[in-house]
Design a binder for this molecule. Structure first.
Ligand code: TMP
Length: 386
């Protein structure tokens, strides 16, 4: 597999980086992870291709989250909020606008620059035990530690958990949200797995990982973003009462068998079935002379495209709104990435919606494609055509 967000130019083809992607589940702590992941410097750098603020729905979602956090957890005396993987400031801008002292930590300098332009204080670095100590020395302890769509990107999770334990005030809260294992299995959304998404967390596994460092989950919330995310609220052990919602989710995970090997055997079989269905569908449509493109050059799409062995002969191009991805080629399979104007200039018969998690937003704005007879191919839930 290539790195999901590593869009390439023709000059890069010969030196493109590939790694052997294998996914495993730990029998003792039930953590699902990609093993042998590439070095973090290969993935998070000065040309990181993902800008969170490209989605209007996501911007709204994180504004609501920031308002909720400000109301519930930010203290009046010496407020301080830290966010890691803060990207282009999609969430922290709301703390900055409210005049709340904050610090964004992100190793990718290009997205950090975009955040600085919004008046956000940034530290361009990886968050770990050492960075946490430096932050405490310089700014003091934090009321809130936020990580959205980030914790699943960090291999050395023990160093992060130790850092959070050092950073949080006694009643401080960690709010972490990322794609949820239960949803990935239920939807056969194997595209959640790629180099940058090396862990897919559950209440059980995240609780185990952070539990080793004196932290515990006391509440959760679910949402449909990124194809199904879980928001976890953690604190120092005993600082807050566990909520009934948390207990109910723990029971649900037992019923889903998230700690049982059989669950993952069934998931693997479903992934293989999904691959066969997608490849057969695309090849049949092509043999009927249909035009197929991709919509959303997501990092997730690299997993689907390369796992299914699809290429530019199957998928003409992938359109995407992110300028840094345009005029490049998709990682591994080298499908051209183009601006959305090319999609609307000559609508195809089918578009594989690689950004299937943004279906509502994209379908609403692409009504002309639909009126023209265009159909979406949704690559999850064992492949749907709508
Ligand atoms: P994500 O699923 O990781 O958020 O990535 C979404 C990708 O899809 C990102 O590259 C931007 C792209 N995109 C579009 O091209 N058009 C859209 O309307 C939306 C919402 C996303």
């Amino acid at each position: 597999m290539p790195i999901g967000n590593a869009f390439v130019t023709k000059d890069d083809f010969k030196t493109e980086y590939f790694y052997h992607m294998q996914v495993a589940v730990c029998r003792s702590c039930a953590t699902l992870q990609v093993i042998d992941v590439p070095d973090p410097d290969q993935m998070f750098h000065d040309h990181y291709a993902y800008y969170a603020s490209t989605s209007a729905f996501m911007s709204k979602h994180f504004k609501a989250m920031a308002e909720d956090i400000i109301a519930r957890f930010v203290s009046k005396e010496s407020p301080f909020v830290v966010e890691i993987g803060s990207n282009d400031g999609i969430t922290l801008q709301h703390f900055a606008n409210a005049g709340i002292p904050h610090l964004g930590v992100d190793p990718s300098s290009n997205v950090a620059d975009a955040a600085r332009e919004k008046g956000i204080e940034m530290l361009v670095d990886f968050f770990n035990r050492d960075t946490a100590e430096q932050i405490v020395t310089k700014h003091g302890k934090a009321d809130v530690f936020i990580a959205t769509n980030t914790m699943h990107h960090i291999e050395d999770i023990n160093s992060v958990a130790a850092g959070v334990a050092k950073l949080l005030k006694p009643k401080g809260v960690m709010v972490q949200e990322d794609p949820y294992l239960g949803d990935m299995i239920e939807k056969t959304a194997f595209d959640q797995l790629y180099a940058e998404h090396m862990y897919i967390w559950s209440v059980t596994s995240l609780g185990n990982a952070f539990g080793r460092h004196g932290l515990e989950i006391f509440d959760i919330e679910t949402n449909d973003f990124h194809g199904g995310c879980m928001r976890y609220f953690l604190c120092h052990k005993g600082a807050y009462e566990p909520t009934p919602r948390l207990k109910a989710q723990q029971e649900k995970e037992k019923a889903l068998g998230l700690a049982k090997p059989e669950t993952y055997d069934a998931f693997r079989r479903a992934c293989e079935q999904s691959r066969t269905k997608l490849v057969e569908l695309v090849r049949r449509l092509k043999s009927e002379g249909k035009r197929i493109v991709g919509y959303g050059a997501t990092a997730k799409s690299a997993t689907i495209i390369n796992y299914c062995g699809l290429g530019p002969d199957d998928i003409e191009f992938i359109c995407d709104t992110t300028p840094i991805k345009q005029q490049k080629f998709s990682p591994g399979a080298h499908i051209p990435v183009v601006p959305p104007a090319e999609f609307s200039a000559n609508y195809p018969d089918y578009a594989v919606l690689f950004a299937w998690n943004h279906f509502t937003e994209i379908d609403a704005k692409e009504q002309a494609f639909r009126k023209n007879g265009g159909k979406w191919i949704i690559p999850v839930r064992l492949v749907e055509v709508i």
